[in-house]
Design a protein around this ligand. Structure first.
Ligand SMILES: [Mn+2]
Length: 265
């Protein structure tokens, strides 16, 4: 009994020590400072505020200036995209936080609509209609009414606060802290970071999710919704589909520690 327990507590002492040694040959992922990385918010200001309250409480024991990384897709689908972006703009001005906002494919779609109103119907079908409405613009009812979409684009550009536009335009494609890489969707496996196609960073799913190890880093990402956050050795996925599920997830990284922090509707 005791020896069984010992084997359980000390897996390196198992007779099949080869497998255990192979696992131990990789040191655990390391973050040099505390990071909170927040998954896809998609217009759920209610969940974002609940999560920020938990994160604010959680950081009390931390003396440094923690990083707050938004993993993209702040907007679309949910009802309060403008409010979510306003909250994030406020956080970027708060010296207590080192805020990084990554671009998601939905923010890319918003920027594309500003340049090309004919993209509006496609954006609206993927949740952009809710974002237009949140900024006080009624999405045209007809896909093919190009004049109406052009007018909607102009009204949107007119009403969009300058600091929101600046935030959308300044969103990064990725960020790095120690052994961790933060990116909206993921990376193409085996391709060096500097050679990655931005389209993959914003859109990739299957090949990245299926890869046992896609990058040198541990990749922390959103974009592909999962019922429960995935913490594996080389990949941490925190998009818990907040818009549909009412569950918004962040991961806290500090040294070798990894903890989930969540808010539920
Ligand atoms: Mn996405």
């Amino acid at each position: 009994m005791l020896s069984t327990l010992r084997k359980f507590l000390r897996p390196e002492a198992r007779p099949d020590g080869r497998a255990a040694a192979a696992v131990q040959s990789e040191p655990p992922a390391w973050s040099p400072s505390r990071v909170y990385a927040v998954g896809d918010v998609h217009g759920r200001l209610d969940l974002l505020d609940a999560l920020l309250a938990r994160i604010t409480e959680d950081r009390r024991d931390y003396d440094g200036r923690p990083s707050l990384v938004f993993l993209g897709d702040l907007i679309d689908r949910g009802p309060a995209s403008a409010g979510v972006v306003q909250r994030v703009v406020e956080l970027t001005r708060d010296p207590a936080w080192d805020v990084t906002v990554l671009k998601g494919n939905h923010e890319e779609a918003l920027l594309l609509f500003l340049d090309q109103p004919e993209f509006g119907p496609t954006w609206a079908e993927h949740g952009g209609g809710a974002t237009l409405a949140a900024y006080g613009v009624r999405p045209p009812a007809s896909r093919t009414d190009t004049a109406a979409w052009s007018a909607a684009r102009d009204a949107f550009a007119e009403g969009l606060p300058a600091d929101h536009l600046e935030l959308y335009r300044s969103m990064a494609l990725w960020a790095e802290r120690g052994d961790y890489l933060f990116v909206h969707a993921g990376v193409r496996p085996g391709v060096p970071l500097e050679a990655q196609d931005p389209k993959d960073l914003l859109w990739i799913r299957g090949e990245f999710i299926a890869a046992p190890r896609a990058a040198e880093h541990v990749v922390v990402h959103g974009h592909t919704p999962v019922e429960q956050a995935q913490l594996t050795r080389w990949r941490i996925g925190v998009d818990t589909g907040a818009y549909a599920t009412g569950l918004l997830t962040a991961v806290r990284l500090d040294g070798t520690d990894q903890q989930l922090i969540q808010a539920r509707a």
